[in-house]
Ligand binder design. Structure first.
Ligand code: PMP
Length: 362
């Protein structure tokens, strides 16, 4: 096998090696059952044990209060864009959205199919280079909820603190869940596609307060009601067993690392190594405004698109892969989720220094 490289991909993203090794064993023979993970019944005690452990570890790590349900759903994070308004905006209800990037915009478009949506803030004209602070928008009294994206994967912006409001908070945490401690009790619903910090693509975690679970009207399709999945312990139909098992292994890894405070420090350290280079001169330009910077995705530009192309190619040649920016904004992006190692960030930082020295702007 070729050696593994530093994978800066934005998702699916790098996973802890020990999780991959354990999963390789699980695929062949799951928990000593003699049956592989892709073959075993989701109703078997072995699989039920892993699903239960995944939920209890997530509850422990995020300190999820008892009046919240944890659901393991399919359809990607994108399905939450319509499930949320379908369940919570019956009778053309009102909701407020913050437009901080592509994923927020897509959620707004879906929500508009079901409710009266107020886009109270948008950084679109500034190419989504920042997230707002509380004073920059207002929430109408009759809003059912405030929806925002905690980390904007494409632009490399992140809410350092969450909106303070009495309105029900709904958050897409797909690209920063478990990267830092959070107070779940401040939210009505949190969701995240697994493929960045939690595991492989194929499962979406939804953490939802009991009263909101009950809100979904019976007139919407059964599979799209939160209550359906909450009542059946996320086993209303066949769940994505492989993805859930890997999520469980990742949660075990997070716990073994020392939990979310330790993970947060590690993430800050990794990000600082790269931002230091960006801030050290004019050669690299960070996309995000400083106080909106993400600890998970660092989007930046070089002096010209030609230099960016060369940078990405030369980096890949020395095992620094996945640095191409999202097609919507171009440039470069280093995604450094939980499982990404500090040594990879250090390697990128020294490559950036060398590249700038060897390839002057003009
Ligand atoms: N929200 C955010 C913040 C994302 O980064 C992504 C995907 N990169 C999505 C939603 C969409 O996720 P999915 O592909 O699982 O639908």
């Amino acid at each position: 096998m070729k050696t593994r490289v530093s994978n800066f991909g934005p998702g699916p993203a790098t996973l802890p090696l020990e999780v991959l090794e354990q999963t390789a064993e699980d695929i062949i023979n799951f928990q000593g059952s003699g049956i592989g993970l892709m073959e075993i019944s989701h109703r078997s005690p072995e699989f039920q044990g892993i699903a239960d452990e995944a939920e209890s570890l997530l509850r422990e790590l995020l300190q999820i209060p008892d009046n919240y349900r944890v659901l393991f759903l399919q359809g990607g994070a994108s399905s939450q864009f319509f499930m949320i308004p379908m369940n919570l905006l019956a009778d053309n209800g009102k909701a407020t959205y913050l437009n901080t990037g592509t994923w927020a915009k897509k959620a707004i478009k879906e929500a508009q199919l079901f409710g009266d949506i107020d886009v109270a803030y948008s950084s679109e004209e500034q190419s989504f280079n920042r997230v707002p602070s509380d004073g920059e928008y207002s929430i109408k009294d009759d809003s059912e909820y405030l929806y925002f994206v905690s980390n904007n994967t494409i632009y490399g912006t992140q809410f350092a603190t969450f909106p303070k409001t009495d309105t029900t908070l709904i958050c897409d945490m797909s690209s920063d869940i478990l990267s830092r401690p959070i107070d779940v009790s401040k939210f009505g619903l949190i969701f995240a596609g697994a493929q960045k910090n939690l595991g492989p693509a194929g499962v979406t975690i939804v953490i939802v307060r009991d009263d909101l679970v009950e809100r979904g009207p019976e007139t919407i399709p059964t599979m799209l009601r939160y209550k359906t999945h909450a009542d059946k312990g996320s086993m209303f139909n066949t769940p994505p067993c492989v993805a859930i098992s890997v999520v469980c292994r990742v949660l075990q890894w997070v716990k073994n690392m020392g939990g979310l405070e330790v993970i947060q420090k590690r993430n800050e350290e990794k990000a600082a190594v790269i931002y230091r280079i960006i801030d050290s001169g004019d050669y690299y330009r960070g996309h995000a405004e400083r106080d909106s910077r993400s600890q998970m995705n660092i989007s930046f530009n070089l002096p010209t698109p030609e230099l960016e192309k060369k940078f990405i190619e030369e980096a890949a040649a020395i095992g620094l892969k996945g640095l191409k920016g999202h097609r919507s904004i171009g440039g470069c992006r280093a995604s450094i989720y939980n499982a990404f190692e500090l040594s990879g960030a250090e390697q990128l930082a020294s490559f950036m220094e060398q590249f700038a020295a060897n390839n002057p702007a003009s």
